[in-house]
Write a protein that binds this ligand. Structure first.
Ligand code: FES
Length: 126
């Protein structure tokens, strides 16, 4: 079996939703201390619905594929649903990741949660 599924390769080669959202409503940045990879997630939120999402990932191919897939999974979804997204769900949607690459999908889960936390903190401060 190939190390990476076709879906991983597809999202790595043609990542969806790459970029920056100017005036994002929530921004999350997380990193993995061991590999040094960094992921930044931008959310545009309207009425508790994620209307747009973009990411920048300075990291390995699995991290790029995971962020790409994760953004597709939360776009158009309510915040409550996006909060439930687990790294397992992202890895499953990619038809699996090698065991030593699971932490890359954790980065995607954490980046989304961190962006939602940022949005909630900003709302409280209003
Ligand atoms: Fe660190 Fe993939 S090797 S995120």
């Amino acid at each position: 079996m190939a190390l990476y599924s076709e879906k991983v390769m597809d999202h790595f080669r043609n990542p969806r939703n790459v970029g920056v959202i100017e005036n994002a409503d929530g921004i999350g940045e997380v990193g993995n201390a061991k590999c040094g990879d960094i992921m930044k997630m931008y959310l545009k939120i309207d009425n508790d619905i994620i209307t747009d999402v973009k990411f920048e990932t300075f990291g390995c191919g699995s991290a790029i594929a995971s962020s790409s897939m994760a953004t597709e999974m939360i776009k158009g979804k309510p915040l409550s649903e996006a909060m439930q997204l687990t790294n397992q769900a992202v890895a499953e949607a990619l038809d699996g990741l090698p065991a030593h690459k699971i932490h890359c999908s954790v980065l995607a889960e954490e980046a989304i949660k961190s962006a939602i936390d940022d949005y909630n903190a900003r709302k409280k401060a209003e």
